[in-house]
Write a protein of this length. Structure first.
Length: 135
């Protein structure tokens, strides 16, 4: 039986869901999968923050030494691809950019990282990006 009234769905409001305790950090990490915050400054890429899934995927631990040497795990051509992804994210603020780079884990294994990159913030000489990654 249909009354003829159409119920309209409301938009998801993640900020409210997190604030109200409906979505935990663990659940959000599972939704995002492997995620990292990158800083691009003076042409150099470093990692600012990572979640556990990113660490498991890449073998990079959340310590300053590993995060500051992120570029050393990329061949020159792959680093260029990453810079292109960042540039496209600059141009497409809402949609971000998407692409795959080959990454050499600290254990020597190679992983193909399919990344979605979004520009979060820019100020003078640096930019901050969020990337969600599938391996």
């Amino acid at each position: 039986y249909h009354t003829g009234k159409t119920r309209q769905a409301s938009r998801l409001r993640f900020r409210e869901m997190i604030r109200d305790g409906l979505v935990s950090e663990t659940l959000l990490n599972n939704i995002l999968r492997a995620a990292a915050i990158y800083k691009l400054q003076d042409g150099k890429v470093s990692i600012v923050q990572i979640n556990d899934s990113f660490s498991a995927l890449t073998g990079i631990s959340a310590n300053e030494e590993c995060m500051n040497c992120f570029e050393s795990y990329l061949e020159e051509e792959e680093l260029k691809k990453l810079h292109v992804l960042f540039g496209k994210a600059d141009s497409h603020a809402l949609g971000g950019s998407e692409g795959t780079i080959l990454f050499r884990r600290p254990d020597g294994e190679q992983a193909a990282l399919h990344m979605r990159v979004f520009l979060l913030y820019f100020y003078q000489d640096h930019r901050i990006y969020l990337s969600t990654t599938m391996g």
